[in-house]
Design a protein around this ligand. Sequence first.
Ligand code: SAM
Length: 226
Amino acid sequence: MKSGQNDGKINPKNEGMIDSLLREGYADGRVAEAMRQIDRALFLPPSQMPSAYLDTPLPLMKGQTISAPGVVALMTKLLEVRGGMKVLEVGAGSGWQAALLGFLAGEKGKVFSIERIPELYEFAKNNLAKTNLRNVQIIFGDGTEGLPRAAPFDRIVVTAAAPQLPPPLLEQLAEQGKLVIPVGGSFFQELTLVEKSKGQLNSRDVLSVVFVPLIGKYGNPFRLQP
Ligand code: SAM
C-alpha cells in the first residue's frame, strides 16, 4: 500500500486528534476511520506538517487554506457518504477532504473535486497520487457551475463561503441528495445542510463557520486580495 493511507500502524498524534473529534461530536465512527486511513499530514506543504494534527485551518498557497479537522469532520459526517455514491466537492484545496470522501464512497463510488486556482489544482492532484485511492478525480474550473456532464450527485459539498446557494448545484443534486455548504458574508457564514426530497429542498443551519470566499459565476465576484 502506498503512503498516504495508513498501513495498519497507529499514529498517536492523529489518534489523539481523532479522539477529540469523536468526543466533541464532530466525527462519527466512519469519519474517524477515514481520518485514520487518510493522514492530513500528507496533504500539507512541508512547512505546515508539524501542525498537521492541530484542530485549526492551515495556510496552503495563493491565500487559501486547508480547513480545520473539526469542520472537515462535521461536514463529512453531515454528508453521510455511503459506498457507491457519486460525490461532488467544490474547492479541492489540498485534496484532503476529497480523499476522505473517496475513502467513504469506496471502490464503487466516485468523487469529483473542482478547483479554480491552477497551483492548488496541481497540489491536490499530486497529494491524491500519494494515496492508493483511484476513485477521486480533481478537475480544474469554476465549481459554482457544478459538473453537468457527471450530474446528478448523491452528495455535494462546497468548501468555500457562498453568498447564496448556487442554483446549478441545487439542480445537480439527486433526489434524496444532501448538499453541505457555508452560506453568508465574508466575516462568517452558516454551515447549511440542504436535503432534496420529492423535488423539494429543505435546509437547516448547523453551525457558524469562517471560510475563504467561493469565487465564480454563482459565487462572489473575483477581487484582488488587498
Ligand atoms: N477542501 C479543501 C481541503 O480539503 O484542503 C479546502 C478548501 S479551501 C478552504 C477552499 C478552496 O475553494 C480553495 O482552494 C479555493 O481556491 C477554492 N475555490 C473557491 N471558489 C471556487 C470555485 N468557484 N470553484 C472551485 N474552487 C473554488
